[in-house]
Design a binder for this molecule. Structure first.
Ligand code: GH3
Ligand code: MG
Ligand code: MG
Ligand code: MG
Length: 312
C-alpha cells in the first residue's frame, strides 16, 4: 500500500529550497598565507555556487569585511604576521562582526591548542587536509544558519525589508562611502495615502496585505544594490547609491504608477491604493538625519499638494 504523495508538503519543501537558491549566493572570506591552498578552497567553494574571496594580508581584514560582507570567514591558524586566533580576536572587537561564523583551517591536531583557538573567537575547526565535501558542507551549514539569524535580527517580519534602525545604519554607511569616494546618494521616503481608511474599511489584515504588496513590488522593481527599509507602519525608506535625484524621480514614478495599478480586494469590494513620495539628494557635509528630514519635507509637500505624487 503506497501512501499518496502529499503534494502540499512537497511543494512547500521545494519552495523552501528555491527560496534559499534564489537568494544571493553565500559569501566566504578565505584568509590564508598559503596562496595556492587559498585558491584551491576558493575554487572548491565557487564550484558549489558560493562566492569566495581571498585575503592574503591580514592587516586589511576590516576593509574586506566591510566591502565583501562575508557570511563565513575561513581562517588559517598559522600565518607569519598575525595568527588566526589573533585575527579572530580582532574581528570580535567590532559589534558588527560579533556573530559572523569563523572556521579555522589548520593542520593543528593538538586538542588543547584547538580549544584555545576557539576560545579566542572561532566557532569551528576543520583539520587540513579535508575533503572538498567536508569544506563545502561545513561552510554551507554555517552560512545558512548565520543568515537566518541575521535576517531575524535585522528584517521586518511582515515585509522582509530592513527594520528602521538597520536601514538608517546602512544610510550612514553609504554616506561615509560617498564622502570618501565623492559619490552620489539619493533617499526616498514613501508613505501610503489615506491608509487609515484601508484599515477602517477592510480591516487590519487587509491593510497588512497592502503593506507587504508594496514591499514585494519594490523588491521586484529596484536593483539588487538598492537598500529598502520599512521605516514606519506604512512608510518606507529607499536608498539609491550612485543615483542623483532626477534618476531617483524616474525610479519612484515607475513604482508609484505600478503600485496604483495593483487591484486589491476584500470580500466583494475591490479597491486601489496610492502612495506619496519625497526625494532628497545628498550634498557634501549632510548627515543621515538631515538627508532623511529633507526627504520627509518633500513627502509632506506631496501630501499637501493632493497625494499620489512624487516631489523633490
Ligand atoms: P496620509 O495620506 O496623510 O499618510 O494618511 P494616512 O491615513 O495614511 O495617515 P498616516 O500615515 O498617519 O496613518 C498610518 C496608519 O497606518 C495608522 C496606523 O493605524 C496604520 N498602520 C501602521 N502600521 C500598520 C501595520 O503594520 N498594519 C496595518 N494594517 N496598519 C498599520
Ligand atoms: Mg599558514
Ligand atoms: Mg504614515
Ligand atoms: Mg499614510
Amino acid at each position: 500500500f503506497v501512501k499518496p504523495l502529499n503534494t502540499t508538503a512537497l511543494e512547500a519543501r521545494l519552495q523552501r529550497l528555491l527560496a534559499v537558491r534564489s537568494r544571493e549566493a553565500f559569501r566566504v572570506l578565505i584568509v590564508d598565507d598559503d596562496q595556492l591552498l587559498a585558491e584551491h578552497y576558493a575554487l572548491v567553494l565557487q564550484g558549489a555556487g558560493l562566492r569566495a574571496e581571498i585575503l592574503s594580508d591580514p592587516s586589511k581584514i576590516y576593509d574586506s569585511l566591510t566591502r565583501f560582507h562575508p557570511d563565513v570567514v575561513l581562517l588559517d591558524v598559522n600565518m607569519p604576521y598575525c595568527s588566526g586566533p589573533e585575527l579572530a580576536q580582532l574581528i570580535r572587537l567590532h559589534d558588527q562582526w560579533l556573530s559572523v561564523p569563523i572556521i579555522y583551517l589548520s593542520s593543528e591536531t593538538d586538542s588543547d591548542r584547538q580549544l584555545a583557538a576557539l576560545v579566542k573567537g572561532g566557532d569551528d575547526f576543520l583539520t587540513k587536509p579535508m575533503s572538498d565535501t567536508a569544506l563545502i558542507v561545513a561552510v554551507f551549514a554555517r552560512a545558512q544558519r548565520a543568515r537566518q539569524v541575521v535576517d531575524m535580527m535585522t528584517k521586518d517580519s511582515l515585509t522582509g525589508l530592513l527594520q528602521h534602525a538597520r536601514v538608517k545604519e546602512r544610510l550612514t554607511y553609504e554616506l561615509q562611502r560617498a564622502e570618501r569616494t565623492g559619490g552620489v546618494v539619493s533617499t526616498i521616503m514613501i508613505d501610503i495615502d489615506l491608509f487609515k481608511k484601508v484599515n477602517d474599511n477592510y480591516g487590519h489584515p487587509v491593510g497588512d496585505q497592502v503593506i507587504s504588496s508594496l514591499a514585494n513590488l519594490m523588491k521586484q522593481q529596484l536593483r539588487k544594490i538598492d537598500i529598502v527599509g520599512r521605516y514606519g507602519g506604512e512608510e518606507y525608506l529607499v536608498i539609491l547609491s550612485d543615483c542623483g535625484k532626477e534618476h531617483a524621480f524616474t525610479v519612484v514614478e515607475q513604482l508609484r504608477k505600478a503600485f496604483a495599478a495593483i487591484p486589491f480586494s476584500c470580500g466583494d469590494s475591490h479597491f486601489y491604493c496610492t502612495f506619496s513620495a519625497g526625494i532628497s539628494e545628498w550634498q557634501h557635509g549632510m548627515d543621515t538625519d538631515q538627508l532623511i528630514e529633507q526627504a520627509d519635507q518633500a513627502l509632506y509637500q506631496a501630501k499637501r499638494s493632493g497625494r499620489n505624487q512624487t516631489l523633490i
